[in-house]
Design a binder for this molecule. Structure first.
Ligand code: AMP
Length: 386
């Protein structure tokens, strides 16, 4: 049990997953006097480097999970694809925040869409695809082009394929795994945004301003905070995120990714019940970051407002090409660097990020963002950062 006033300092928060989200969560936990115990298959990963305790074991190692649960006061996640029996075991032993039902929904695109639609939240049109017959039915219903996605284990554009015609859909069906799949109608979006909401055990919810996310090669490249969109639309996005958090009975943190359609509507694309890459800017631009709110919600502490004292741009550093910029980033006044401590910069791997702050209301216009990052030199001159 977690005491009514929240977990006292000195207690241990168990985190499933050992990457950069766990690292930044553990750093926020340390500021509040907590220790973290990282459960991850990886030795010396980003989170383990900054945490007091660690278990190195597979996510389906029930013996190791049981021992881990015995050594922590509350359990949370930075990696949400834990097998169902592992989740059930943990939940039988210690408070798990967010709860197992939320993870079950967010692990499965079909369950997630059904939950959202049942909660009155619009998503891209979609249809389940368990076999080739169902694929034909889905194509009839939604038309093409579309995107065929695995229902589970997809991330950063993995586990999905853009399909133009029935032939492409059939070969994508064979190629994608694990099955089942889901066919989504192609959304003609004007922007991709996300909202991060924290909700405490007493039902109090706070949400950061919606941000715009720009991707490159299916990986988040930049986040603009706040999203340069009309205030009414931003307010509506915030309302949707709070509504979803309440419907899920969330205790913890939730990122809600949405499309802003060309017609000005909002469609929810994905839910992530954990800290999110599009919230990293909050470390530098907010008195309490997404990681502070995550830890506070999980520990049962009161939630401070999710306010910002600055506008911000966050730029991810992905793979060896962008990590080659590191010395320039360190040498450029105004850029705030974050390194995840990963030993090897493999292509497509998120190695770090940097943030640049602007006075509130001072975010450069759509075409000034990249110039505003003002790197002195760039590994790839075509990126035009200099
Ligand atoms: P996801 O893994 O669902 O977050 O998708 C990765 C990216 O693919 C999104 O950020 C979008 O840029 C794009 N995408 C996904 N689903 C759709 C869709 N139904 N229509 C248009 N673009 C999509």
């Amino acid at each position: 049990m977690i005491p009514a006033g929240g977990l006292p300092p000195g207690r241990v928060i168990g985190i499933i997953g050992g990457g950069q989200l766990g690292r930044m969560s553990a750093m926020a936990a340390a500021r509040l006097g907590y220790k973290c115990h990282i459960f991850s298959p990886e030795i010396d990963g980003p989170a383990a480097q900054v945490a007091a305790h660690g278990t190195v074991a597979a996510y389906d190692d029930l013996v190791a999970l049981r021992k881990f649960a015995g050594e922590v006061d509350v359990i949370t996640f930075e990696f949400e694809n834990l097998p169902a029996d592992a989740l059930a075991l943990l939940a039988s032993l210690k408070p798990v925040r967010p709860g197992p039902e939320i993870l079950r929904i967010s692990q499965d695109r079909l369950l997630e869409k059904r939950f959202l639609n049942d909660s009155g939240v619009a998503t891209a049109p979609s249809a389940p695809v368990h076999d080739l017959d169902e694929l034909a039915v889905a194509i009839d219903r939604l038309g093409l082009p579309g995107i065929l996605k695995t229902t589970r284990l997809g991330y950063d554009g993995k586990g999905q394929q853009f399909v133009r015609d029935a032939e492409e859909a059939a070969s994508a069906y064979q190629a994608l795994s694990p099955k089942p799949l889901v066919l989504e109608g192609l959304v003609n979006f004007a922007a991709e945004i996300s909202v991060i909401v924290a909700r405490g055990a007493d039902g109090t919810a706070v949400a950061f301003d919606p941000v715009e996310n720009r991707h490159r090669d299916h990986i988040l490249d930049m986040t603009l905070a706040p999203a340069p969109l009309p205030v009414e639309l931003l307010a509506e996005a915030g309302e949707i995120a709070r509504h979803v958090a309440a419907k899920l009975d969330l205790i913890g943190l939730l990122a809600v990714e949405m499309f802003v359609t060309a017609a000005g509507g909002l469609l929810v694309n994905e839910l992530a019940p954990r800290p999110h890459n599009s919230g990293h800017w909050t470390i530098d631009a907010c008195p309490a970051s997404q990681f502070d709110l995550h830890i506070r919600a999980v520990a049962g502490l009161p939630l401070p407002p999710a306010v910002r004292h600055a506008d911000a741009v966050m730029k991810n550093l992905v793979g060896p090409e962008e990590m080659a910029l590191w010395p320039d980033i360190l040498g450029t006044p105004g850029l705030i660097p974050h390194h995840y401590g990963k030993a090897e910069a493999r292509p497509g791997r998120k190695m770090g990020h940097f943030t640049r702050l602007f006075p509130k209301g001072g975010l450069p216009g759509a075409f000034g963002i990249e110039d505003s990052l003002r790197l002195r030199a760039a590994a790839d001159p075509s990126k035009n950062y200099s």
